[in-house]
Write a protein that binds this ligand. Sequence first.
Ligand SMILES: *[C@@H]1O[C@H](CO)[C@@H](O)[C@H](O)[C@H]1NC(C)=O
Ligand SMILES: *[C@@H]1O[C@H](CO)[C@@H](O)[C@H](O)[C@H]1NC(C)=O
Ligand SMILES: *[C@@H]1O[C@H](CO)[C@@H](O)[C@H](O)[C@H]1NC(C)=O
Length: 530
Amino acid sequence: MSLKWISVLLLLQLSCYFSSGSCGKVLVWPTEYSHWINIKTILDELVQRGHEVTVLTSSASILVNPNESSAIKYEIFPASILKDDFKDLIRKMLDMWICNSPRDTFWTHFSQMQEILWKFSDCIQKFCEGAVLNRKLMTKLQESRFDVILADAIGPCGELLAELLKIPLVYSLRFSPGYAFEKQSGGLSFPPSYVPIILSELSDQMTFMERVKNMIYVLYFDFWFQTFNEKSWDQFYSEVLGRPTTLSELRGKAQIWLIRTYWDFEYPRPLLPNFEFVGGLHCKPANPLPKAMEEFVQSSGENGIVVFTLGSMITNMPEEKANVIASALAQIPQKVLWRFAGKKPDKLGPNTRLYEWIPQNDLLGHPKTKAFITHGGTNGIYEAIHHGIPMVGIPLFADQPDNLAHMKAKGVAVSLDFHTLSSTDLLNALRMVINNSSYKENAMRLSRIHHDQPIKPLDRAVFWIEFVMRHKGAKHLRPASHDLTWFQYHSLDVIGFLLACVAAAVFVTTQCCLFCYRKFAKTGKKEKKE
Ligand SMILES: *[C@@H]1O[C@H](CO)[C@@H](O)[C@H](O)[C@H]1NC(C)=O
Ligand SMILES: *[C@@H]1O[C@H](CO)[C@@H](O)[C@H](O)[C@H]1NC(C)=O
Ligand SMILES: *[C@@H]1O[C@H](CO)[C@@H](O)[C@H](O)[C@H]1NC(C)=O
């Protein structure tokens, strides 16, 4: 090769890095279902911009569809769990979680939640072992020289891979129970006086008793609840790295945290510069509907339509519950499109059609859509906010009740209890959000806030990933709190020192005073005697 060509190639290589930031190599450690749907939007955009994206996932992965043509590469390693067993486990976990209603006592509810999360965590740990203990795979990954790893913080291993491959880490995260990861590893602070802790279903306008409740939740999550079996993870990470370490410590090395919400959804609270709020990055303008569906939607006339789905994980429900819902839907003047894969309910009205799958975003963006019946997953809520559609929530598990509590506080949703749901409840809720214009007005207000951002959430997410690739991290954004112990962080050592100073000063002064007083008293006595 001539010198000229070499320099041209070199220049190209440089220009990739310094102009548009393209040509990077991104490794991804994803989590399944809705988390995957969300992160895939980022991956597609990265591919669009010329980066090479490799998703590292196990043979048990549910998300991978090898039939789908995509520019994303998949590195699939053998796992000790079979795909069907993994699916089964997820199903069982979900059933348990849905039965475990927040109406149970606080203690039972959260102990069960922890049990479920630990099962999930054990499974992820097996996958993680399958990856990092696989010599051939690790050598291949080392040789690939990735520039960054993008991982979902709720499925550990990303932080270990980052450490082993010596590449910077970017997290995508919706939340961790009690904000434990964000607090302990990210260094964010959540003042309990005005920041309602996640899963508490409180709003930022708290009465005294609500603040008491919030504090109890905070203490419980800080000192009792453990999202994952940390002991097991800490031991595993220490063994692999050959030095004592913890999951929390490695997690703390993340350069950027991409949080999947925004201020249209969250209540204002203190932030750090390495946290970027990118909620709704997957939202898009609506595409035209399939022809048959469009005809059905148009047949609704002035009354419009209602869109109903319980998310990517729940497509079925007990027959009795389905009938309760169907009979409520039959009584509204709107046409209803319901994503439902179970047996057709007997009470299904002529205005309701069942679909195994619906183009949710396109339907929510349709001008005839009046309301959205949702389980309250963050992805769906964001599509509704994007298009300004009021919601009726039937939350099932995880953050869903809390998400809907946010939407209720912002006046865009009515939330119902799946376990006690009656036809009348659902009917009244639908009438409320459709006929009472305040819900639509609030939804439109949130939508305007959501759209009016200087840089779109997807572009911000991609910008920070590219930034980390260009600069090999984002160390200038890292708060020094990571280097402090907990008592230094709360300035307890300084307060202790100052108190000691004050105490010493008080002691010295009183001793001086006493001394003077005694001396004065003595001379006084002497004088008297004389
Ligand atoms: C991929 O395609 C094959 C044959 O067309 C089919 O049997 C299989 O179920 C498909 N897999 C997925 C995940 O869709
Ligand atoms: C809304 O109110 C109108 C009359 O004011 C009524 O005909 C209609 O049924 C109501 N909508 C719903 C969803 O109940
Ligand atoms: C509409 O909803 C708002 C908020 O829930 C409520 O304050 C108001 O009274 C409702 N209006 C009617 C006419 O029901």
